[in-house]
Design a protein around this ligand. Structure first.
Ligand code: URA
Ligand code: SF4
Length: 189
């Protein structure tokens, strides 16, 4: 898939039935943002608002993500935002392994097209499929990992911060690390 251009990627996803999440979806939520962004945020999968609008992270968790991005002086339009699965899992359950595996080629194609320097994994599901299958988000969050020249940072999902305010302090530490890494990388470029 790495040789796809954007149109081919969009065409290949049109009407996708590669997993059963196609059955109840309203929209395929591909992602949005700067197609040459240095930073990509990856969540789990669309929720209700995303399924209805076709856009990633536009519900309550998305509003918080916007604030997190703005808090480190970036704009939502400057980054790219996507998910592990592009169709909403029923009742917002976590995607199953087979669903994630069916959908991951699309995310990999997005990585290949965007070529981000930094990937932020929002929550355990994103971290599991991008960072390490044995990830424990409470243990591993805030720890950078480099893979083929790309810096990967796992952190809490904004929905987890909405459920448990006490995680916000650690989340803020991670966002500051993200800003620092972005500045370091930008200086070298
Ligand atoms: N949660 C996610 O993981 N992704 C979205 O796009 C919205 C909520
Ligand atoms: Fe296709 Fe991904 Fe939707 Fe499954 S979740 S139907 S693989 S686009």
């Amino acid at each position: 898939m790495a040789r796809y251009d954007w149109k081919e990627l969009y065409d290949s996803m049109d009407g996708c039935t590669k997993c059963r999440l196609c059955e109840q979806r309203n929209s395929i939520v591909i992602g949005e943002g700067d197609p040459s962004a240095d930073i990509m945020f990856v969540g789990e999968g669309p929720g209700r608002d995303e399924d209805l609008s076709g856009r990633p992270f536009v519900g309550p968790a998305g509003k918080l993500l916007d604030k997190m991005i703005e808090a480190i002086n970036l704009k939502r339009e400057e980054v790219y935002i996507a998910n592990i699965v592009k169709c909403r899992p029923p009742n917002n359950r976590a995607p199953e392994l087979s669903e994630a595996e069916a959908c991951l080629p699309y995310l990999r194609a997005q990585f290949a097209l965007i070529r981000p320097k930094i990937i932020v994994c929002l929550g355990a599901t994103a971290a599991k499929y991008i960072y390490d299958e044995n990830v424990k988000i409470t243990r591993d969050r805030g720890i950078w990992k480099e893979n083929k020249g790309i810096w990967i940072l796992p952190t809490y999902h904004p929905a987890a911060l909405l459920r448990d305010e006490s995680k916000k302090r650690e989340s803020w530490e991670d966002m500051k690390k993200l800003r620092q890494k972005y500045d370091d990388i930008s200086q070298k470029a």
